[in-house]
Design a protein around this ligand. Sequence first.
Ligand code: PEP
Ligand code: MN
Length: 342
Amino acid sequence: MIVVMNHTATEEEILKLMEELMSSYPVQIQKITGQERTVLGFVGDTSGIDTTQIENDSRVYRAMRVREPFKKANRLFHPDNSIIEVGGRKIGGGDIAVIAGPCSVESEEQIVSVAEDVKRSGATFLRGGAYKPRTSPYAFQGLEEDGLELLKIAREKTGLPIVTEIMYPQTIDKFVEDVDIIQIGARNMQNFALLKELGRTRKPILLKRGLSSTIEEWIMAAEYIMAGGNDQVILCERGIRTFESYTRNTLDLSAIPAIKKLSHLPIIIDPSHASGLAYMVEPMCMAAIAAGADGVIIEVHNNPAKALCDGPQSLTPAEFDKVIGKMRKYAAVEDRQISEVK
Ligand code: PEP
Ligand code: MN
């Protein structure tokens, strides 16, 4: 349920109403001060609350039941777009964030050279997997802790904040200390133990959509993190399973306007995993901008043919430079720009 306060309600009156309601019903109330009005978001059992009675209160403009099972992630709870700030960069504030780097960290030379290249082209975050969830147990599993150390070296050399995937709850403390944005991969989107633990942190989380998850299931996964008190969630559409086998997955671009309508969380697009094909990355980036995405995450490798993971979908640094150049022009058409460090 949400209660939209009257313009005339003072801060004191609002706090008093919250107190009255929390002491009368088994609910927690979150106060959101928007540009237009203050909104109270209710989490808990609201079945005993009579909305008409609340609307009769002179402090209240409207009281509405929220049909969706997600509350904190719901746009009704937070009418303004959420903006996630990481190292002087904003995701969700209108500018387009560009996260780039290899699928996996392979060596110091590789990660540092890719980081330097993507930075020169204008990327504002570095990606790179240290812990890799692979379909085959015999495939390269990532450099794990050593990979995190190499990412830190690349960050030190370039100043780019790092985005990398977590797989195990027991590594959370290390990730919180070392990483700027913690990625939850598609395969772990419904790892509820991991989501709950990350909800206790205050780190920005990049939550990828599960391979076969509905939009509602995906937002509910975000709700798990937010229910723990961490509202720093960025959603990432990375393609879903369909009958089509030409592409690795099918990029669901309609998820962008759907998320924008249902939620206040930023949404970015991963054209690399969505298509599995390097030549599709550029057109899908343009489509992502056209559909209103807050950013993209792109795989870039210094030698895709020799990549230990996801070579066929990885761009060379030169190709990436071309793509980001074109994105700049497309962004301008929409009166937007690629995000820069402020
Ligand atoms: C990745 O980003 O390298 C990755 C494994 O992505 P996803 O979880 O979307 O498959
Ligand atoms: Mn990959």
